[in-house]
Design a protein around this ligand. Structure first.
Ligand code: GLN
Length: 487
Protein backbone atom coordinates (compact mmCIF):
# COMPACT_ATOMS: atom_id res chain seq x y z
CA UNK A 1 0.00 0.00 0.00
CA UNK A 2 2.13 2.85 -1.27
CA UNK A 3 -0.48 5.53 -1.81
CA UNK A 4 -0.10 8.83 -0.06
CA UNK A 5 -3.16 10.86 0.68
CA UNK A 6 -5.47 8.12 -0.34
CA UNK A 7 -9.12 9.14 -0.08
CA UNK A 8 -11.58 7.03 1.86
CA UNK A 9 -13.53 6.43 -1.36
CA UNK A 10 -10.41 5.00 -3.02
CA UNK A 11 -9.57 2.99 0.08
CA UNK A 12 -13.04 1.51 0.05
CA UNK A 13 -12.49 0.28 -3.52
CA UNK A 14 -9.19 -1.34 -2.52
CA UNK A 15 -10.87 -2.90 0.48
CA UNK A 16 -13.66 -4.31 -1.66
CA UNK A 17 -11.26 -5.83 -4.18
CA UNK A 18 -9.20 -7.20 -1.27
CA UNK A 19 -6.06 -5.35 -2.42
CA UNK A 20 -5.80 -3.98 1.06
CA UNK A 21 -7.11 -5.09 4.44
CA UNK A 22 -8.74 -2.97 7.08
CA UNK A 23 -5.85 -3.79 9.42
CA UNK A 24 -3.36 -2.42 6.87
CA UNK A 25 -5.36 0.78 6.36
CA UNK A 26 -5.79 1.20 10.09
CA UNK A 27 -2.15 0.55 10.90
CA UNK A 28 -1.06 3.17 8.40
CA UNK A 29 -3.61 5.70 9.63
CA UNK A 30 -2.59 5.12 13.25
CA UNK A 31 1.08 5.58 12.38
CA UNK A 32 0.40 8.82 10.53
CA UNK A 33 -1.86 10.08 13.31
CA UNK A 34 0.72 9.30 15.99
CA UNK A 35 3.64 10.83 14.08
CA UNK A 36 1.87 13.97 12.94
CA UNK A 37 0.18 14.50 16.26
CA UNK A 38 3.56 15.22 17.85
CA UNK A 39 3.88 18.23 15.60
CA UNK A 40 0.26 19.30 15.26
CA UNK A 41 -1.49 18.27 18.52
CA UNK A 42 -4.73 17.33 16.78
CA UNK A 43 -5.60 14.25 18.87
CA UNK A 44 -6.62 14.05 22.51
CA UNK A 45 -6.60 10.27 22.59
CA UNK A 46 -5.38 7.74 20.03
CA UNK A 47 -7.05 4.33 20.25
CA UNK A 48 -4.18 2.12 19.07
CA UNK A 49 -5.21 -1.21 20.60
CA UNK A 50 -8.94 -0.74 20.24
CA UNK A 51 -8.69 0.28 16.58
CA UNK A 52 -6.38 -2.56 15.58
CA UNK A 53 -8.54 -5.11 17.32
CA UNK A 54 -11.63 -3.76 15.55
CA UNK A 55 -9.85 -3.80 12.17
CA UNK A 56 -8.64 -7.35 12.61
CA UNK A 57 -12.04 -8.57 13.61
CA UNK A 58 -13.54 -6.70 10.66
CA UNK A 59 -11.10 -8.42 8.28
CA UNK A 60 -12.18 -11.79 9.62
CA UNK A 61 -15.85 -11.05 8.94
CA UNK A 62 -15.10 -9.46 5.56
CA UNK A 63 -13.28 -12.65 4.53
CA UNK A 64 -16.53 -14.45 5.03
CA UNK A 65 -17.87 -12.65 1.99
CA UNK A 66 -19.82 -9.86 3.69
CA UNK A 67 -20.89 -7.34 1.05
CA UNK A 68 -19.20 -3.97 1.68
CA UNK A 69 -21.63 -1.24 0.85
CA UNK A 70 -20.70 1.75 2.97
CA UNK A 71 -17.80 2.86 5.09
CA UNK A 72 -17.21 -0.40 6.87
CA UNK A 73 -13.62 -1.22 7.73
CA UNK A 74 -12.39 2.32 7.05
CA UNK A 75 -10.52 4.47 9.59
CA UNK A 76 -12.53 7.24 11.23
CA UNK A 77 -11.73 9.75 13.95
CA UNK A 78 -14.20 11.89 15.87
CA UNK A 79 -14.24 15.21 17.67
CA UNK A 80 -13.91 14.79 21.41
CA UNK A 81 -17.41 16.07 22.17
CA UNK A 82 -19.01 12.94 20.66
CA UNK A 83 -19.60 10.30 23.34
CA UNK A 84 -17.89 6.91 23.09
CA UNK A 85 -17.89 4.11 25.65
CA UNK A 86 -14.45 2.82 24.68
CA UNK A 87 -12.52 6.03 25.33
CA UNK A 88 -12.66 9.33 27.17
CA UNK A 89 -14.82 12.19 25.92
CA UNK A 90 -13.28 15.38 27.27
CA UNK A 91 -14.76 18.24 25.23
CA UNK A 92 -11.17 19.54 25.50
CA UNK A 93 -12.03 20.77 28.97
CA UNK A 94 -10.51 20.24 32.40
CA UNK A 95 -14.11 19.77 33.51
CA UNK A 96 -14.38 16.44 31.63
CA UNK A 97 -10.70 15.48 31.61
CA UNK A 98 -11.15 11.82 32.56
CA UNK A 99 -14.82 11.40 31.67
CA UNK A 100 -15.93 8.14 30.05
CA UNK A 101 -19.50 8.16 28.78
CA UNK A 102 -21.74 5.22 29.72
CA UNK A 103 -23.27 5.24 26.24
CA UNK A 104 -22.27 5.81 22.62
CA UNK A 105 -23.59 8.68 20.55
CA UNK A 106 -26.00 7.49 17.86
CA UNK A 107 -23.48 8.40 15.14
CA UNK A 108 -20.93 6.11 16.81
CA UNK A 109 -23.42 3.23 16.83
CA UNK A 110 -24.06 3.90 13.16
CA UNK A 111 -20.34 3.58 12.49
CA UNK A 112 -20.00 0.36 14.40
CA UNK A 113 -18.35 -1.42 11.45
CA UNK A 114 -15.88 1.42 10.88
CA UNK A 115 -12.64 1.71 12.79
CA UNK A 116 -12.50 4.57 15.27
CA UNK A 117 -8.88 5.51 15.62
CA UNK A 118 -8.82 8.71 17.66
CA UNK A 119 -10.73 11.38 19.58
CA UNK A 120 -9.79 14.76 18.24
CA UNK A 121 -8.82 18.08 19.77
CA UNK A 122 -11.18 21.06 19.64
CA UNK A 123 -11.97 24.36 21.28
CA UNK A 124 -13.22 23.82 24.83
CA UNK A 125 -16.90 22.78 24.61
CA UNK A 126 -16.69 23.78 20.91
CA UNK A 127 -16.51 27.47 21.77
CA UNK A 128 -13.99 29.20 19.56
CA UNK A 129 -12.77 29.67 16.01
CA UNK A 130 -9.08 28.81 16.33
CA UNK A 131 -8.88 25.64 18.50
CA UNK A 132 -6.81 27.69 20.96
CA UNK A 133 -9.31 27.46 23.81
CA UNK A 134 -8.60 23.71 24.26
CA UNK A 135 -7.43 22.70 27.75
CA UNK A 136 -4.98 20.40 25.93
CA UNK A 137 -3.30 23.17 23.94
CA UNK A 138 -3.84 24.60 20.47
CA UNK A 139 -3.89 22.53 17.28
CA UNK A 140 -1.49 23.63 14.55
CA UNK A 141 -2.32 24.05 10.88
CA UNK A 142 -0.61 21.38 8.72
CA UNK A 143 0.03 24.01 6.01
CA UNK A 144 1.93 26.27 8.41
CA UNK A 145 2.46 25.24 12.00
CA UNK A 146 2.53 28.82 13.19
CA UNK A 147 -1.06 29.22 12.09
CA UNK A 148 -4.39 28.07 13.48
CA UNK A 149 -6.28 25.27 11.72
CA UNK A 150 -9.53 27.16 12.43
CA UNK A 151 -12.05 26.00 15.01
CA UNK A 152 -13.68 24.58 16.79
CA UNK A 153 -13.20 21.24 14.95
CA UNK A 154 -9.57 22.14 14.15
CA UNK A 155 -8.37 18.70 15.26
CA UNK A 156 -10.59 17.02 12.66
CA UNK A 157 -9.46 19.17 9.74
CA UNK A 158 -5.77 18.91 10.62
CA UNK A 159 -5.99 15.12 11.07
CA UNK A 160 -7.79 14.62 7.75
CA UNK A 161 -5.21 16.71 5.90
CA UNK A 162 -2.31 14.48 6.95
CA UNK A 163 -3.78 10.98 7.23
CA UNK A 164 -4.49 8.47 4.47
CA UNK A 165 -8.12 7.52 3.94
CA UNK A 166 -9.20 9.16 7.19
CA UNK A 167 -12.72 10.50 7.57
CA UNK A 168 -13.76 12.49 10.63
CA UNK A 169 -16.87 13.73 12.36
CA UNK A 170 -16.94 17.27 13.72
CA UNK A 171 -19.71 19.44 15.09
CA UNK A 172 -20.93 22.79 13.82
CA UNK A 173 -22.87 25.28 15.94
CA UNK A 174 -21.84 28.43 14.07
CA UNK A 175 -19.24 27.29 11.56
CA UNK A 176 -17.01 24.85 13.42
CA UNK A 177 -16.98 22.28 10.64
CA UNK A 178 -16.69 24.71 7.74
CA UNK A 179 -14.07 27.13 9.05
CA UNK A 180 -11.41 24.51 9.88
CA UNK A 181 -12.16 22.69 6.63
CA UNK A 182 -11.50 25.95 4.74
CA UNK A 183 -8.32 26.76 6.67
CA UNK A 184 -6.86 23.26 6.23
CA UNK A 185 -7.85 22.69 2.57
CA UNK A 186 -10.35 19.87 3.15
CA UNK A 187 -14.12 19.46 2.75
CA UNK A 188 -16.63 20.08 5.58
CA UNK A 189 -20.41 19.64 5.55
CA UNK A 190 -22.83 21.03 8.12
CA UNK A 191 -25.98 19.00 7.47
CA UNK A 192 -29.58 20.21 7.76
CA UNK A 193 -30.63 20.57 11.41
CA UNK A 194 -32.41 17.38 12.39
CA UNK A 195 -30.91 15.16 9.69
CA UNK A 196 -28.12 13.75 11.88
CA UNK A 197 -28.89 12.65 15.43
CA UNK A 198 -27.42 14.81 18.20
CA UNK A 199 -27.89 12.06 20.76
CA UNK A 200 -24.56 11.74 22.55
CA UNK A 201 -23.14 15.00 21.24
CA UNK A 202 -22.26 17.04 24.32
CA UNK A 203 -24.48 20.07 23.89
CA UNK A 204 -23.21 23.60 23.32
CA UNK A 205 -26.30 25.29 21.85
CA UNK A 206 -28.92 22.65 21.21
CA UNK A 207 -30.97 24.54 18.61
CA UNK A 208 -27.87 25.12 16.46
CA UNK A 209 -25.54 22.11 17.01
CA UNK A 210 -25.14 19.59 14.20
CA UNK A 211 -22.70 16.72 13.73
CA UNK A 212 -21.21 16.48 10.24
CA UNK A 213 -18.31 15.09 8.19
CA UNK A 214 -14.90 16.67 7.58
CA UNK A 215 -13.13 14.64 4.90
CA UNK A 216 -10.50 14.82 2.18
CA UNK A 217 -12.83 14.82 -0.80
CA UNK A 218 -16.46 15.49 -1.68
CA UNK A 219 -17.06 11.78 -2.33
CA UNK A 220 -15.72 10.90 1.12
CA UNK A 221 -17.97 13.57 2.63
CA UNK A 222 -21.05 12.25 0.83
CA UNK A 223 -20.22 8.69 1.87
CA UNK A 224 -19.91 9.59 5.53
CA UNK A 225 -23.03 11.77 5.47
CA UNK A 226 -25.00 8.88 3.94
CA UNK A 227 -23.81 6.66 6.80
CA UNK A 228 -24.79 8.99 9.67
CA UNK A 229 -28.01 10.70 8.55
CA UNK A 230 -31.48 9.43 9.37
CA UNK A 231 -34.16 9.54 12.02
CA UNK A 232 -33.32 8.71 15.63
CA UNK A 233 -36.07 8.40 18.19
CA UNK A 234 -33.59 9.22 20.97
CA UNK A 235 -33.22 12.77 19.59
CA UNK A 236 -36.52 14.67 19.70
CA UNK A 237 -35.32 17.16 17.08
CA UNK A 238 -34.41 14.40 14.66
CA UNK A 239 -36.51 14.46 11.50
CA UNK A 240 -38.14 11.33 10.11
CA UNK A 241 -38.16 11.33 6.31
CA UNK A 242 -36.45 9.65 3.35
CA UNK A 243 -32.71 10.31 3.09
CA UNK A 244 -31.71 9.43 -0.48
CA UNK A 245 -28.04 8.60 -1.06
CA UNK A 246 -25.98 11.78 -1.50
CA UNK A 247 -23.11 9.81 -3.01
CA UNK A 248 -25.32 8.68 -5.88
CA UNK A 249 -26.14 12.33 -6.73
CA UNK A 250 -22.54 13.24 -7.51
CA UNK A 251 -22.55 13.75 -11.27
CA UNK A 252 -20.68 17.05 -11.39
CA UNK A 253 -23.32 18.25 -13.85
CA UNK A 254 -24.44 21.72 -12.75
CA UNK A 255 -25.95 22.93 -16.03
CA UNK A 256 -28.85 25.26 -15.24
CA UNK A 257 -27.99 25.52 -11.52
CA UNK A 258 -28.97 28.94 -10.19
CA UNK A 259 -26.31 30.29 -7.83
CA UNK A 260 -27.22 33.30 -5.71
CA UNK A 261 -24.35 35.64 -4.86
CA UNK A 262 -25.27 37.90 -1.94
CA UNK A 263 -23.73 41.37 -1.86
CA UNK A 264 -23.63 41.42 1.90
CA UNK A 265 -20.94 38.72 2.01
CA UNK A 266 -18.52 40.58 -0.22
CA UNK A 267 -17.82 43.66 1.89
CA UNK A 268 -14.59 45.63 2.04
CA UNK A 269 -13.48 43.42 4.97
CA UNK A 270 -12.74 40.53 2.66
CA UNK A 271 -9.12 39.69 1.91
CA UNK A 272 -8.20 40.27 -1.77
CA UNK A 273 -6.83 36.74 -2.33
CA UNK A 274 -10.00 35.22 -0.86
CA UNK A 275 -12.19 37.42 -3.03
CA UNK A 276 -10.22 36.58 -6.17
CA UNK A 277 -10.37 32.82 -5.48
CA UNK A 278 -14.11 32.92 -4.85
CA UNK A 279 -14.90 34.89 -8.01
CA UNK A 280 -12.59 32.73 -10.12
CA UNK A 281 -14.46 29.68 -8.84
CA UNK A 282 -17.81 31.26 -9.61
CA UNK A 283 -16.67 32.09 -13.13
CA UNK A 284 -15.61 28.47 -13.58
CA UNK A 285 -19.04 27.31 -12.44
CA UNK A 286 -20.63 29.72 -14.88
CA UNK A 287 -18.60 28.19 -17.68
CA UNK A 288 -19.95 24.80 -16.65
CA UNK A 289 -23.48 26.05 -17.24
CA UNK A 290 -24.50 27.52 -13.88
CA UNK A 291 -26.21 30.88 -13.74
CA UNK A 292 -24.90 33.51 -11.31
CA UNK A 293 -27.62 35.69 -9.83
CA UNK A 294 -26.92 38.69 -7.58
CA UNK A 295 -29.14 38.52 -4.49
CA UNK A 296 -29.55 40.44 -1.27
CA UNK A 297 -29.81 38.95 2.23
CA UNK A 298 -30.77 42.16 4.01
CA UNK A 299 -30.40 41.03 7.60
CA UNK A 300 -27.05 39.28 7.18
CA UNK A 301 -25.30 42.03 9.13
CA UNK A 302 -27.26 41.11 12.28
CA UNK A 303 -26.56 37.39 12.14
CA UNK A 304 -23.40 37.47 14.27
CA UNK A 305 -25.05 39.36 17.12
CA UNK A 306 -28.11 37.12 17.05
CA UNK A 307 -25.91 34.02 16.96
CA UNK A 308 -23.73 35.01 19.91
CA UNK A 309 -26.75 35.90 22.04
CA UNK A 310 -28.72 32.74 21.24
CA UNK A 311 -25.75 30.35 21.42
CA UNK A 312 -24.48 31.81 24.70
CA UNK A 313 -27.97 31.73 26.23
CA UNK A 314 -28.32 28.04 25.36
CA UNK A 315 -24.76 27.30 26.48
CA UNK A 316 -25.34 28.87 29.89
CA UNK A 317 -28.28 26.57 30.40
CA UNK A 318 -26.63 23.42 28.94
CA UNK A 319 -23.44 23.87 30.95
CA UNK A 320 -25.25 24.30 34.26
CA UNK A 321 -25.10 20.49 34.64
CA UNK A 322 -21.35 20.67 35.20
CA UNK A 323 -21.49 21.50 38.89
CA UNK A 324 -18.88 19.22 40.40
CA UNK A 325 -21.53 16.91 41.82
CA UNK A 326 -22.89 14.63 39.15
CA UNK A 327 -19.80 14.20 37.04
CA UNK A 328 -16.76 16.06 35.86
CA UNK A 329 -14.13 17.99 37.76
CA UNK A 330 -14.66 18.52 41.49
CA UNK A 331 -12.63 20.58 43.95
CA UNK A 332 -12.64 18.67 47.19
CA UNK A 333 -11.83 21.02 50.07
CA UNK A 334 -14.97 23.15 50.24
CA UNK A 335 -16.75 24.46 53.32
CA UNK A 336 -20.24 24.48 51.79
CA UNK A 337 -22.15 23.11 48.83
CA UNK A 338 -22.21 26.60 47.25
CA UNK A 339 -18.44 26.74 47.51
CA UNK A 340 -18.19 23.30 45.87
CA UNK A 341 -20.20 24.57 42.88
CA UNK A 342 -18.25 27.79 42.61
CA UNK A 343 -14.79 26.27 43.05
CA UNK A 344 -15.42 23.34 40.73
CA UNK A 345 -16.80 25.52 37.95
CA UNK A 346 -14.15 28.21 38.43
CA UNK A 347 -11.34 25.68 38.10
CA UNK A 348 -13.00 23.30 35.66
CA UNK A 349 -13.90 25.79 32.92
CA UNK A 350 -11.55 27.94 30.85
CA UNK A 351 -11.95 31.69 30.21
CA UNK A 352 -13.89 31.47 26.94
CA UNK A 353 -16.45 29.07 28.38
CA UNK A 354 -16.92 31.34 31.40
CA UNK A 355 -17.35 34.34 29.10
CA UNK A 356 -20.17 32.55 27.24
CA UNK A 357 -21.85 31.45 30.49
CA UNK A 358 -21.75 35.03 31.79
CA UNK A 359 -23.06 36.47 28.53
CA UNK A 360 -25.77 33.81 28.28
CA UNK A 361 -26.91 34.23 31.87
CA UNK A 362 -27.04 37.98 31.38
CA UNK A 363 -29.18 37.91 28.22
CA UNK A 364 -31.62 35.50 29.87
CA UNK A 365 -31.92 37.45 33.11
CA UNK A 366 -35.02 39.34 34.13
CA UNK A 367 -35.18 42.72 32.46
CA UNK A 368 -32.77 41.74 29.68
CA UNK A 369 -34.58 38.71 28.27
CA UNK A 370 -36.86 40.86 26.06
CA UNK A 371 -34.14 43.28 25.19
CA UNK A 372 -31.56 40.75 24.04
CA UNK A 373 -32.69 37.12 23.86
CA UNK A 374 -36.12 37.75 22.42
CA UNK A 375 -34.76 40.35 19.97
CA UNK A 376 -32.10 37.88 18.84
CA UNK A 377 -34.74 35.19 18.24
CA UNK A 378 -36.83 37.68 16.24
CA UNK A 379 -33.77 38.67 14.24
CA UNK A 380 -33.04 35.01 13.49
CA UNK A 381 -36.57 34.75 12.14
CA UNK A 382 -35.96 37.69 9.77
CA UNK A 383 -32.73 36.09 8.59
CA UNK A 384 -34.61 32.86 7.97
CA UNK A 385 -37.21 34.69 5.84
CA UNK A 386 -34.44 36.29 3.76
CA UNK A 387 -33.06 32.84 3.00
CA UNK A 388 -36.50 31.34 2.31
CA UNK A 389 -37.22 34.15 -0.17
CA UNK A 390 -33.88 33.65 -1.83
CA UNK A 391 -34.45 29.89 -2.21
CA UNK A 392 -37.72 30.50 -4.01
CA UNK A 393 -35.69 31.82 -6.95
CA UNK A 394 -32.27 30.18 -6.71
CA UNK A 395 -30.80 26.75 -5.89
CA UNK A 396 -27.67 27.47 -3.89
CA UNK A 397 -26.04 30.53 -2.31
CA UNK A 398 -22.28 31.04 -2.68
CA UNK A 399 -20.18 33.01 -0.18
CA UNK A 400 -16.71 32.88 1.33
CA UNK A 401 -16.35 30.66 4.39
CA UNK A 402 -14.25 33.32 6.03
CA UNK A 403 -13.00 36.76 5.00
CA UNK A 404 -9.45 35.64 5.74
CA UNK A 405 -7.23 32.59 5.53
CA UNK A 406 -5.92 30.92 8.71
CA UNK A 407 -4.81 33.42 11.36
CA UNK A 408 -1.53 33.17 13.26
CA UNK A 409 -1.66 31.33 16.58
CA UNK A 410 -1.14 33.16 19.89
CA UNK A 411 -2.37 36.56 18.77
CA UNK A 412 -3.76 38.68 21.54
CA UNK A 413 -7.09 39.48 19.94
CA UNK A 414 -10.26 40.78 21.57
CA UNK A 415 -13.08 38.20 21.83
CA UNK A 416 -15.23 40.26 19.47
CA UNK A 417 -12.54 40.27 16.80
CA UNK A 418 -12.35 36.45 17.03
CA UNK A 419 -16.16 36.21 16.93
CA UNK A 420 -16.21 38.22 13.72
CA UNK A 421 -14.45 35.28 11.95
CA UNK A 422 -17.87 33.62 11.93
CA UNK A 423 -19.68 36.27 9.89
CA UNK A 424 -20.19 34.02 6.86
CA UNK A 425 -21.06 30.78 8.64
CA UNK A 426 -23.53 31.50 11.47
CA UNK A 427 -26.60 32.16 9.31
CA UNK A 428 -26.82 28.56 8.13
CA UNK A 429 -27.10 27.45 11.77
CA UNK A 430 -29.68 30.10 12.63
CA UNK A 431 -31.74 28.91 9.65
CA UNK A 432 -31.09 25.17 10.14
CA UNK A 433 -30.04 24.83 6.49
CA UNK A 434 -27.16 22.74 5.14
CA UNK A 435 -23.86 24.36 4.15
CA UNK A 436 -20.58 23.07 2.77
CA UNK A 437 -17.02 24.32 2.56
CA UNK A 438 -14.87 23.11 -0.33
CA UNK A 439 -11.31 24.17 -1.21
CA UNK A 440 -11.16 26.74 -4.03
CA UNK A 441 -7.65 28.18 -4.04
CA UNK A 442 -4.69 29.48 -2.07
CA UNK A 443 -3.56 32.87 -0.85
CA UNK A 444 -0.15 34.35 -1.63
CA UNK A 445 1.37 32.39 1.27
CA UNK A 446 -0.06 29.11 -0.09
CA UNK A 447 -2.69 28.91 2.65
CA UNK A 448 -5.95 27.23 1.56
CA UNK A 449 -9.15 29.16 0.80
CA UNK A 450 -12.62 27.66 1.00
CA UNK A 451 -15.84 28.57 -0.77
CA UNK A 452 -19.16 28.05 1.01
CA UNK A 453 -22.40 26.89 -0.58
CA UNK A 454 -25.72 26.93 1.28
CA UNK A 455 -28.98 25.33 0.14
CA UNK A 456 -32.51 24.86 1.38
CA UNK A 457 -33.14 22.22 4.04
CA UNK A 458 -32.44 18.63 2.95
CA UNK A 459 -30.76 19.71 -0.30
CA UNK A 460 -27.40 18.21 0.67
CA UNK A 461 -27.51 16.59 -2.78
CA UNK A 462 -27.34 20.02 -4.47
CA UNK A 463 -24.56 21.22 -2.18
CA UNK A 464 -22.43 18.15 -2.56
CA UNK A 465 -22.88 18.08 -6.32
CA UNK A 466 -21.91 21.76 -6.63
CA UNK A 467 -18.89 21.13 -4.42
CA UNK A 468 -18.05 18.10 -6.55
CA UNK A 469 -18.07 20.26 -9.67
CA UNK A 470 -15.68 22.71 -7.97
CA UNK A 471 -13.39 19.92 -6.81
CA UNK A 472 -13.30 18.19 -10.19
CA UNK A 473 -12.89 21.35 -12.22
CA UNK A 474 -10.29 23.16 -10.09
CA UNK A 475 -8.31 19.99 -9.54
CA UNK A 476 -6.91 21.35 -6.29
CA UNK A 477 -7.09 17.94 -4.79
CA UNK A 478 -4.02 16.87 -6.73
CA UNK A 479 -2.09 19.57 -4.97
CA UNK A 480 -3.08 18.25 -1.59
CA UNK A 481 -1.72 14.86 -2.55
CA UNK A 482 1.88 15.95 -2.57
CA UNK A 483 3.93 13.89 -0.20
CA UNK A 484 5.48 16.41 2.18
CA UNK A 485 2.35 18.03 3.44
CA UNK A 486 3.42 19.30 6.82
CA UNK A 487 5.67 22.29 6.54
N1 GLN B 1 -16.89 30.01 16.46
C1 GLN B 1 -18.24 29.85 16.87
C2 GLN B 1 -18.37 29.97 18.37
O1 GLN B 1 -17.38 30.01 19.03
C3 GLN B 1 -18.80 28.58 16.36
C4 GLN B 1 -18.48 27.40 17.20
C5 GLN B 1 -19.06 26.12 16.69
O2 GLN B 1 -19.58 26.04 15.59
N2 GLN B 1 -19.00 25.12 17.54
O3 GLN B 1 -19.44 30.03 18.89
Amino acid sequence: MNNTNLTAYEARKLLKSKEVSSAELTTKALRQITENNEKLNFAISIELDYALKMAESFDKTACKGVELNSIQGLPIAVKDNICTVFSKTTCASRMLKGYVSPYNATVIDKLSDSIITAKLNMDEFAMGSTTETSYFGAVKNPHDIEKSPGGSSGGCAAAVAVTDALMTLGSDTGGSIRLPAAHCGVVGLKPTYGSVSRYGLIAFASSLDQIGPICKSVKDTAMLYDAICGHDKRDLTSIGREYPSALKCLTGNIRGLKIGVPDEYFTSDINEDVKTAIFKTLTTLEKLGAELIPISLKHAQYALSAYYIISSAEASSNLSRFDGVRYGYRRDDNSSIEELFVNSRTEGFGDEVKRRILLGTFVLSEGYYDKYYLKAKQTAQLIKSDFQNAFSAIDVIATPVSFNTAPKLNQKRSPVSVYSEDFCTVSANLCGIPAISVPCGFDKDSMPIGIQFMADSFREDLLLNTAYAVETELNLFQWARRESYVR
